[in-house]
Ligand binder design. Structure first.
Ligand code: SF4
Length: 353
């Protein structure tokens, strides 16, 4: 992929792709390894920094290539240190990514987008309001991680595919990006989580690949009637079939699944629903992660749902624990800059790009 000015951007490419490019330039193959190392291990953002390349080689690279693919259009930093990035893609479209740090551990997590907009249309999600624009290619996904590392100067330890888009409606590119994140960026699959709204063919495809990533299912309701309302893809892939696909996934990979469940006051936080949830997942190898709703505005500015009280959150957690599973309430990051779950929607710019 080029940067829009007929130059080839190298960050986000695999070593094989960089080798092919280097060969086209008539350079020896060992140059590819040097360039790959400068980009992925030393976070170089220009060829000038690549001090073990000759001036002639650097000039040639400058003529024909760039390091970064994405352009940083805007950066917001939350009171809690969360950083939200707005990146411009080569075709001018925008995506958001988030860097999260935690007080109780040194690890840094990056939340990356896999599509521009999203077709699934979950009723509580700001990205769903944008509609679907296009899939990201593997290089665009990987360069979100590298752009964040270059900007922050910090090494990311965990990746979550929970930004804009449904990763399993872009499965091929997402899988390729996971391979590049392991091989080039150096983040192992056990530190990568792919979050899906429940696309059964995508779950089966991931299982077939036998990756060692964590699969997170955004369940959000234990019964199909409620789920049909808030996660419309449920009409195509209903709850019982979804649970069966998760069992297949576990049998194939041996990897415990994370069940994500958004708590919407008066919609998904009823004690009966907590009991139903416990029953539903009793025989599944999983953990449950409860996500108190982050207020999100629809296109007309209306706030559609409310966050349940702390009391209601605690009661729901207790009842869900009767499943025998570990149940956690997600720690909030970046809510003051709309970087929390369900809030990514290119708020810096006009939607409809
Ligand atoms: S929650 Fe995920 S799948 Fe649902 S609309 Fe938002 S981005 Fe798409």
């Amino acid at each position: 992929m080029n940067d829009g000015k007929d130059k080839i951007a190298l960050s986000g490419k695999s070593l094989e792709e960089i080798s092919k490019f280097v060969k086209e330039l008539g350079l020896p193959n060992y140059r590819a390894k040097q360039i790959h190392s400068w980009i992925y291990s030393k976070y170089a953002d220009s060829f000038e920094q690549m001090s073990d390349l000759s001036k002639e080689t650097r000039d040639l690279l400058n003529e024909r290539a760039t390091v970064g693919l994405l352009k940083l259009a805007h950066l917001e930093v939350s009171n809690d240190g969360t950083r939200k990035y707005l990146f411009q893609l080569p075709d001018g479209k925008m995506v958001e990514s988030v860097l999260m740090s935690f007080d109780d551990r040194p690890s840094l997590s990056a939340c990356v987008s896999s599509q521009v907009g999203c077709a699934v249309g979950c009723t509580f999600c700001a990205t769903g309001f944008l509609g679907f624009k296009r899939n990201l290619c593997a290089q665009e996904i990987v360069d979100q991680v590298m752009s964040i590392q270059r900007e922050s100067g910090k090494r990311i330890s965990n990746i979550v595919y929970m930004g804009q888009g449904e990763p399993l409606l872009n499965t091929e590119e997402v899988i390729e990006s996971i391979h590049r994140i392991r091989d080039s960026v150096g983040i192992g699959q056990r530190h990568i989580t792919v979050s899906t709204s429940g696309i059964i063919p995508g779950i089966d495809q991931l299982a077939k690949e036998e990756l060692q990533i964590t699969l997170a299912l955004s369940l959000h309701a234990p019964d199909s009637d409620t789920r049909d309302e808030i996660v419309p893809i449920n009409k195509k892939f209903p709850v019982p079939e979804l649970i069966e696909s998760l069992e297949r996934y576990y049998n194939k990979t041996g990897r415990r699944i994370t069940i994500e469940y958004v708590l919407l006051a008066g919609v998904t936080d009823d004690p009966d629903q907590a009991v139903q949830l416990a029953e539903l997942v009793r025989n599944l190898h999983c953990n449950i992660n409860l996500i108190p709703y982050n207020p999100t505005r629809a296109k007309d500015g209306a706030v559609l749902y409310e966050r349940p009280s702390m009391e209601s959150q605690r009661r729901f957690k207790q009842l869900a624990e009767s499943s025998g599973k570990t149940v956690t309430i997600r720690l909030e990051r970046g809510t003051d800059i709309n970087a929390a779950c369900g809030q990514l929607h290119n708020s810096f710019i006009e939607s409809g790009k």
